[in-house]
Each structure stands twice: as structure tokens, then as C-alpha cells.
Design a protein around this ligand. Structure first.
Ligand code: PAF
Length: 292
């Protein structure tokens, strides 16, 4: 274990799973719970809110910081993904120094074999992010399952910004009969409405400012969904982005929250959600909103 000394506070940080597991075994008792927040670092307020929820609901909180290579379908995105371990650990320590940090190497996780396992998520993987990022959800399933096997959490916390990922993780847990409760937590937004994301760090001030259009469009789409068909709302969103040279719309979709199947006719007993992915100067941003 490496203990971070920050303002005279020490926080446990582990770079290897063997020492982490040993430590967890020594601190947990039969009736204590472990809350787990998996992250890829470059922590923002959204991540910290997941940690706060875990701290409130569990005796121990573990946070992992690991940029998982197998979930990146684009090598440039992997290479440019922000890596800010020192700042991240300071942010965690100031939130609560009792949080246990696991920041493994690629080798500690993959043991020399950096490949994904194949998962069947009953079709959830074929929509939106799955369609545009081939292999992405096999990579997510692989790392999340591996981390669950190491940390053995009681509860695990995921942000709703990656709503498809949240549904995929729930499906993976139920299909593999894993003993962990998956908890979805609300999206955190910047003052202009832009959903918080580690990728926002790569935007210029102007791009970050203008990217407020993404959430504004989602809010307007929600209004339109009250009176227009799914196809009409989709066409309207396309017409917002088409003339805008700063943004490149990859997809806008309205789908059933449960199955993620795109809506054709609106059924009363279903809950729908809008999903969007937009490129700003090669930086990919996603967002989502419930249409209920
Ligand atoms: O949402 C993320 O940051 C990642 O996909 C996760 C869940 C930490 C797995 O690498």
C-alpha cells in the first residue's frame, strides 16, 4: 500500500490487486458493506457525487482509477484520454481520506492478455454507443466484471450520463448472477447545462461554452416529444446540428429505457429517453434525458 500524505491526511492507495484484496479482507467485517465507484480518472463533480452517495450508504468505499484500453475503439481517444492521477487522489482525499483508491496498471488487470471477453446483453449492445463504438461494451463488461471480482462490492455506483452503460452493467450482473447491487446516479451538469465528463477537459473555453447547445437541444426535444412523433423530433434535432459547423451530430435517438430499442410508435406503458452523441473537433460528447 502507498499512503498519500495530503495536508497531513493519509489515504490508502493500491496499485496492485493482491495488496488491495488483503487490505479489504483486513478491514471488512461480516456485516459491513463495500460501496464501489469505478472510474477512468480525470475526476469531476459527477464522480465525487457518486463517491458521496457510496460514503453515505456503506461502511467502506473503494474508488478505482483505470483507463481501460479494451473499451476504446479509437486509438486517438485512448491516447488523449486525460490521465491526472495526482490531482484525482487529492480530490478524493479532500472529500474523505477513508476512501480506498485502487489505481492498477494494465498488467495488474489483464495479466499480459489485453483482450475483451464477449458478452451477450440481450441486444442492448446493438443500439447507439454499441453501434457506433464496435467492441466498446465487451470492453466495459470485461473491466467491470474483473473489478467486481477483485473488490467484491455490495453496492456499485454508475452515472446516468452513460445510461446505456448502466443498463448493460445491470444486464451483465443479472446474467452472471453477480452478488452486487447496481445504483444509477443523476447527471451532474456545468453551469451552462453541459453534462460533466472527463472529456470536457479537452475542449477549449469557446467549445465548452458552445457545447451548451447539446443539453438545450435535449430540453427542447423533450418539449417537442409531447406533441410530435419520434421521427419528427429526430428530424428537428438533425436540422439544429446540420448547419452548425462546430458540431458533428453522430446520432440522436429516442428509445425505450428498458430495451433501448428505438421508438417507432409511442406506447403509453413505456418510458422513453433521448440519447445524443456529438463530435466537437474530434472530441466525442454524449448526453441523455428522460422524456417522462
Ligand atoms: O464510465 C466509465 O468511466 C467507464 O466506462 C468504467 C465504468 C469506469 C469502466 O471502465
Amino acid at each position: 500500500m502507498f499512503a498519500l500524505n495530503f495536508n497531513k491526511i493519509t489515504m490508502p492507495i493500491f496499485y496492485g490487486k493482491v495488496a488491495l484484496v488483503e487490505f479489504l479482507n483486513s478491514v471488512k467485517s461480516t456485516d459491513s458493506t463495500i460501496g464501489f465507484v469505478p472510474t477512468m480518472g480525470a475526476l469531476h463533480q459527477g464522480h465525487l457525487s457518486l463517491m458521496q452517495q457510496s460514503l453515505a450508504e456503506n461502511q467502506h468505499t473503494v474508488v478505482s482509477i483505470f483507463v481501460n484500453p479494451t473499451q476504446f475503439n479509437n486509438p486517438e481517444d485512448l491516447e488523449k484520454y486525460p490521465r491526472t492521477l495526482e490531482e484525482d487522489t487529492k480530490k478524493i482525499a479532500s472529500l474523505d481520506p477513508s476512501i480506498i483508491v485502487y489505481a492498477p496498471s494494465v498488467d495488474d488487470i489483464y495479466e499480459g492478455n489485453v483482450v475483451s471477453q464477449n458478452f451477450d446483453y440481450d441486444g442492448l449492445e446493438n443500439q447507439m454507443e454499441g453501434k457506433f463504438r464496435p467492441g466498446h461494451f465487451n470492453g466495459v463488461g470485461t473491466i467491470v466484471k474483473r473489478l467486481f471480482e477483485i473488490v467484491k462490492p455490495t453496492n456499485a455506483y454508475f452515472g446516468e450520463k452513460d445510461f446505456q452503460q448502466l443498463q448493460i452493467v445491470k444486464k451483465m450482473v443479472s446474467k452472471n448472477h453477480l452478488d452486487v447491487k447496481i445504483i444509477g446516479c443523476p447527471i451532474f451538469r456545468e453551469a451552462n447545462g453541459l453534462a460533466m465528463s472527463s472529456r470536457n477537459e479537452r475542449l477549449t473555453t469557446q467549445e465548452r461554452d458552445k457545447a451548451s447547445i447539446i443539453y438545450k437541444t435535449l430540453l427542447e426535444a423533450k418539449e417537442q416529444f409531447k406533441t410530435l412523433s419520434c421521427e419528427e423530433v429526430k428530424q428537428w434535432v438533425k436540422s439544429v446540428f446540420d448547419p452548425n459547423t462546430m458540431f458533428d451530430l453522430e446520432y440522436f435517438e429516442i428509445a425505450d429505457e428498458e430495451t433501448l430499442i428505438p421508438c417507432s410508435t409511442i406506447l403509453k406503458d413505456k418510458n422513453y429517453r433521448a440519447f445524443i452523441a456529438v463530435f466537437v473537433n474530434n472530441i466525442r460528447l454524449i448526453d441523455t434525458i428522460s422524456l417522462k
